[in-house]
Every structure is written in C-alpha cells, then in structure tokens.
Design a protein around this ligand. Structure first.
Ligand SMILES: [Zn+2]
Length: 205
C-alpha cells in the first residue's frame, strides 16, 4: 500500500491566540494541540518517503462562506498561514509536500480537501491517483467540518483511511464526537498517532 499523510487546515485563524497572532478569528478549542502529534507523523512520513498533503482554507476577502463562519483564513494573510510550530518547510521542501488550496471562490464552502486544487490547478484526487497512493492518514482542523468532509470524500473515492484522533480537534466537542462516529460508520479506521507509530517503529513519547 502506498501511503500519504493529509494535514487539514492547520492554520493560525483556527488556533488559540498566541503572542505573535493574538486575534485569530475562528478558534477551534485546543486546536494547537494537533501540532506535536502531527510533527511526529511528519517525521515518520519523511523517514518513509511518504508524500505529505497540506490543505489550506484560502478564502477571498468577500465570500458567502463568511456569513455563517465569520471572516477567517483570507488568502495571503497571517491567519491563513500554518501554525509556526508545525514542522513543515513549505518554501524549500516541495518535492514530496503538496499544498492544496480550497474555498478560494466567492461562493464555495469547500470543506473537503477533495474540493481543493494544487497551485498548478490539479485536484487532490488527480495527484493522489497519479502517485499511486491508496492509503491516507488524516489529521487537522476541524474534526466536525473540514476533517470530516475530507475523510468522507476519501472513503467515497475508495482510499483506505485512518483518522488520527489525537491529531484533530473539533470546533464543537459534541459535534466532533458525532463526526468521528460518522467517519467510522463510513469505514474510516481511527487510531492515535502514538499507537500508529508504536505499530510502525519502537514507541513514541
Ligand atoms: Zn473556511
């Protein structure tokens, strides 16, 4: 099986306030707690030569989507940048790391990474297929919206999908629990990063 890691929307506007970004606009409670487990998975992915996909909510200044969610992740702003502690060097390490942007039109919600596209206009599905990837490990923000939509679409496209439950957080805790049940019912496996890595290597912190 050829595996890839998908990190959904690990963006500043979804993370709790920090000194260097004090006013995030759509905070997912404890959203920054996804960073340590995702860094473990990124290290594992690099070691095994897996491709890494990072999706970005990448909205225009004005979109219908803000009527429900308020302004967030406007393209090119600091709010749309990844959490700085996430160990991604997107500027220099591009050979097996792909950026997928989504929600960049005036009227689309694009919760799912499968609604997005690379900078050169390829869909996520096209890229995954061209690389022969059949298995996806998925974490990110938020469990009850974009993570859920991405996982359900991946299952529809017949990928083997594992949700990393410690590497995602929900906007609403109860909705997050319900979302995990829905993903499992649709066929997703769930595990923690630590358990996954224990199966693959000799333990983790
Ligand atoms: Zn959005």
């Amino acid at each position: 099986m050829t595996t890839a890691l998908i990190i959904v929307d690990p963006e500043n506007d979804f993370c709790p306030p920090r000194k260097d970004y004090p006013n995030p606009t759509l905070v997912v409670p404890r959203g920054d707690e996804i960073v340590p487990p995702l860094n473990d998975m990124i290290a594992h992915a690099r070691k095994h030569g897996w491709h890494i996909f990072v999706t970005f909510d990448w909205h225009p200044e004005d979109t219908e989507h803000f009527k429900k969610f308020g302004r967030h992740c406007v393209a090119g702003t600091k709010g749309a940048e990844p959490h700085p502690d996430l160990n991604l060097n997107l500027r220099f390490e591009r050979s097996n790391t792909f950026i997928i942007i989504k929600g960049d039109k005036k009227k689309d919600d694009s919760f799912s990474g499968f609604d997005g596209h690379s900078e050169d206009g390829k869909s996520l599905l096209e890229i995954l297929s061209s690389l022969g990837i059949t298995e996806l490990l998925i974490g990110g923000l938020a469990t009850d919206y974009c993570v859920k939509a991405t996982v359900l679409d991946a299952l529809k496209h017949h990928f083997v999908v594992t949700l990393l439950t410690d590497a995602c957080r929900a906007l609403n805790e109860e909705d997050g629990k319900q979302a995990i049940r829905e993903m499992e019912e649709a066929g997703a496996y769930t595990t923690t990063t630590c358990d996954f890595l224990r199966l693959s290597v000799n333990g983790c912190a």
